[in-house]
Design a protein around this ligand. Structure first.
Ligand code: IMP
Ligand code: MG
Length: 176
């Protein structure tokens, strides 16, 4: 059966906002370089588009994490299935995430990455569902959009591995 998807944030809105985030990051990191960490798979589309809008030097690294837990909620116990290629020591690190929901995944990841002694560690997310947060140690430095508690797809976000490639953020109708 084909899912019906309604548009929550259009391609133009998302692109415009990423451009603004890129400008803010470029201003804040003036005179420095940004070591952008893309959290696979969901963060890939956002991280690449954001990188294109940053005007200070950018290096990119990728990591893949999966959180143990069933269904659509994460347990907070994160397994690194692909680690970064480069050390973080002394670098100004910016994590690019697709969405922060409970915050458990990021809470765990931030603790791991802090131990690698970056010069600074900040977090940028395309989407944030603040109503769903269960941790209090995740500070988001750059947010694209705050969205209501709905399951969204597109721009890297999937539903059973589908719809990552949609160029907009959509909601599957009938899903809660
Ligand atoms: P957290 O640990 O609860 O913050 O989970 C974050 C992860 O859950 C994200 O990186 C996504 O992979 C996934 N996730 C949370 N909300 C959604 C959603 O609305 N659509 C698709 N994936 C989601
Ligand atoms: Mg993610």
């Amino acid at each position: 059966m084909k899912d019906k998807i309604s548009v929550l944030l259009s391609e133009e809105e998302v692109d415009r906002r990423i451009r603004e985030l890129g400008e803010a990051v470029s201003r804040d990191y003036a005179g420095k370089s940004v070591h952008l960490i893309c959290v696979l798979k969901g963060g890939a589309f956002f991280a690449c588009e954001l990188a294109k809008r940053i005007t200070v030097p950018v290096s990119l690294d990728f990591m893949s994490v999966s959180s143990y837990g069933a269904g659509t909620s994460s347990s907070g116990v994160v397994r690194i299935s692909k680690d970064l290629d480069e050390p973080l020591e002394g670098k100004d690190v910016l994590i690019a995430e697709d969405i922060i929901d409970s915050g458990r995944t990021l809470s765990y990841l931030i603790e791991i990455l802090k131990k690698r002694n970056p010069a600074s560690l900040r977090l940028c997310t395309l989407l944030d569902k603040p109503d769903r947060r269960v941790v209090d140690n995740v500070t988001v430095d750059y947010t694209g959009f705050e969205i209501p508690d709905k399951f969204v797809v597109g721009y890297g976000l999937d539903y059973a591995q589908k719809y990552r490639n949609l160029p907009y953020i959509g909601v599957i109708e009938g899903e809660e």
